[in-house]
Design a protein around this ligand. Structure first.
Ligand code: CA2
Length: 156
């Protein structure tokens, strides 16, 4: 069974507790449940982590190398600041999907630039917590030979 790693950056442990108008009412535990349900439906193993410490995030990214099939990352504010996370994602050589709960492009100008997008195969922003599920579903399509066959059959 292939493994996906879902990584969450700073302050995302506060999800559901403050700023519901921006990030909704679901907690990070709710998001993990959504992700685990999607993964088990798609026959994937899923690891889910959150940290407020940049070095910890970089260590998890390094440890993903050769071990996981894909990384779904919501880097939080490090999206807009961290060359170190950008470099770690390159070093990991694992496909990356960047997820943002809010539509960062409708927000402050400092949220419009992402160091992570430069190394991500895809970016989801503004889908709320469903963005995590969409990212997992996309990886499942790419990783499961049967899913690829179904996709081909649908279009032919
Ligand atoms: O929209 C997203 O998912 C973000 O990655 C969330 C980050 C923000 O810095 C990015 O620009 C966009 C912030 C996460 C903090 O989440 C909180 C949730 C509740 C209360 C306070 C912070």
């Amino acid at each position: 069974m292939k493994t996906l790693l879902v990584l969450n950056g700073p302050n995302l442990n506060m999800l559901g507790l403050r700023q519901p108008q921006v990030y909704g009412r679901e907690t990070l535990a709710d998001v993990e449940n959504l992700c685990q349900q999607a993964a088990s439906r798609l026959e994937l193993k899923l690891e889910f982590q959150q940290t407020n410490h940049e070095g910890q995030m970089i260590d998890w990214i390094h440890q993903a190398r050769g071990r996981v099939a894909g990384i779904v990352i919501n880097p939080g504010a490090w999206t807009h600041t961290s060359v170190a996370i950008h470099d770690a994602l390159i070093a990991a050589e694992v496909p990356v999907i960047e997820v943002h709960i809010s539509n960062v492009h409708r927000r402050e100008a400092f949220r419009h630039h992402s160091y992570v997008s430069l190394v991500a195969k895809a970016v989801l922003a503004g889908f709320g917590t469903h963005g995590y599920v969409l990212a997992i579903e996309h990886f499942a399509r790419e990783l499961t030979p049967l899913a690829r066959l179904c996709t081909t059959a649908e279009v032919s």
